[in-house]
Design a protein around this ligand. Structure first.
Ligand code: PLP
Length: 460
């Protein structure tokens, strides 16, 4: 064990003096991280050597040298999102100011559970959620809560929706989502103590959007069967092809029938901060709640997800417990009282810094560039060879024409392996009984020359 470790002062930051030791270690860690990021070109998006050993804690702890060598090994065996061929998922390169935000949040170690444990960050989160809510068109009663990922934001929304409908324990309560909606809704239903039959799937049209006629049929069927609908989910950007459900029509139906409209804008919701003309965006202000995941396109480091609600009292009424072991201030809401999570890191700092650094023009620039890459890819991929599935966002799924569903597994697997050998990482989602190849054009480092090369490889 290193001698230094016997000196307790270095277990934790010092509250006196200069914290020289911490500064040295942070500098070294930054150096190590930046070297790894810059080696992406050499190493490709995925590591191949598999040499990382998961060494467990020892009796006396380990030396700095040991730990730095293990950090290096861990990095060298990690997925590298900054490589221009990292095009498989909604995991873009990290925004520089967001990396700094994570560092500050870790050093700060404040807790969003309560105002007294995070005074400035509580106010920051409240204000930023309100700013988002107002920017997308909600009124003064609106606001939101940060959560660790879109699944949790969706869950927060649906629990609030069910509570708002007074259906807490009703086994007849149902949720309506499209057949292309994200799998997190299956989890939500289970966590909410319901059965998979309480999740009603609405058909999608040829463009992957919720079919309004089928929605109307399902609503009538629910009413005949005495099912109580606590929410309809409209997806703003489906996972496999980036389609957008007809939000205007769905919101009108919800209004007529007094049903909570939740928009899963995990992928597309962030476009509402820009003037990019995306269908349905003008109507999102009709929703009761919307999930937005800034981690998915603009590079806010994971996790970063927001649930915005048109009326904050719906979250307060659903989640408030009184938090008996915490002193509260009358005019300030403890953030652990308006969502499912209790203790929570100051994740909002990296979102705030990222957005402040980019500004609205920077956000628009990143999003426009994603669409431009997608458009270039679609324009140039062989239409004779492939069937293309894509919506208005930056995601494209495709498959060779006339490929039998049973052959899609082997074809996509072979192609994914071939591509990764050439430093392009694509995904192979299973969708409607077949496997597809999917490319997600959210990587700012991917240039036209890379896309040309990818197209060439796909054509061989
Ligand atoms: C449309 C959609 N909703 C929700 C989620 C879940 O988000 P998370 O993985 O952050 O929990 C995803 C994830 O890809 C998604 O694509």
């Amino acid at each position: 064990m290193a001698e230094d470790l016997n000196n307790k002062d270095i277990y934790f930051p010092s509250y006196l003096g200069t914290n020289d030791k911490l500064i040295t270690l942070l500098n070294r860690a930054s150096q190590t991280l930046c070297e790894w990021l810059s080696k992406a070109e050499e190493n490709g998006p995925l590591p191949f050597d598999g040499s990382f050993k998961c060494i467990m804690p020892t009796e006396d702890g380990n030396s700095e040298e040991d730990l730095f060598s293990e950090i290096e090994s861990l990095l060298n065996n990690s997925f590298n999102p900054v490589h221009p061929g990292s095009l498989a998922h909604l995991d873009p390169p990290p925004l520089i100011f967001s990396i700094l935000g994570d560092l500050i949040a870790a050093g700060l170690n404040n807790n969003l559970l309560a105002y007294e444990l995070s005074p400035s960050v509580t106010l920051l989160e409240e204000s930023l959620c309100k700013w988002f809510a107002k920017t997308i068109g909600f009124n003064e009663f609106s606001g939101g809560i940060v959560a660790s990922g879109g699944t949790l934001s969706n869950l927060n929304a649906l629990i609030a929706a069910r509570n708002n409908a007074g259906l807490g324990k009703n086994p007849n309560s149902v949720l309506l989502v499209s057949e292309d909606a994200h799998s997190s809704f299956v989890k939500c239903i289970r966590v909410m103590g319901l059965d998979i039959k309480n999740l009603v799937r609405i058909k999608t049209d040829s463009q992957g959007r919720m079919d309004i006629n089928d929605l109307r049929k399902s609503l009538n069927k629910c009413s005949i069967e005495n099912k109580k609908i606590f929410a309809i989910v409209a997806t703003l950007g489906t996972t496999v092809r980036g389609s957008i459900d007809p939000i205007k029509e769905i919101s009108e139906i919800c209004k007529q029938r007094n049903i909570w409209l939740h928009i899963d804008g995990s992928i597309g919701g962030i476009f509402a901060l820009t003037s990019i003309p995306i269908e349905g965006l003008n109507n999102i202000k009709m929703a009761n709640s919307i999930t937005i995941n800034p981690q998915k396109i603009i590079g806010i480091t994971k996790t970063s997800s927001l649930l915005l609600v048109s009326n904050m009292s719906t979250l307060e009424n659903t989640f408030n417990t009184g938090l008996p072991y915490i002193s509260s201030k009358e005019d300030i809401i403890n953030r652990g009282e308006i969502g499912i999570q209790g203790s929570r890191p100051a994740e909002v700092i990296k979102l705030w810094l990222g957005l402040r650094f980019l500004g609205l023009n920077g956000i628009e620039n990143i999003l426009k560039s994603s669409i431009k890459r997608k458009d270039y890819f679609i324009k140039n991929i062989s239409k004779n060879k492939f069937d293309i599935y894509s919506g208005p966002l930056h995601i494209v799924s495709f498959l060779p024409k006339k490929l039998e569903p049973k052959d899609s597994d082997a074809w996509t697997q072979t192609k994914v392996n071939e591509l990764i050998n050439n430093n392009f990482m694509l995904s192979r989602p299973k969708f409607k009984g077949k496997y597809f190849l999917r490319v997600v054009m959210g990587n700012y480092n991917t240039k036209e020359s890379h896309i040309k090369e990818l197209l060439r490889l796909l054509d061989t």
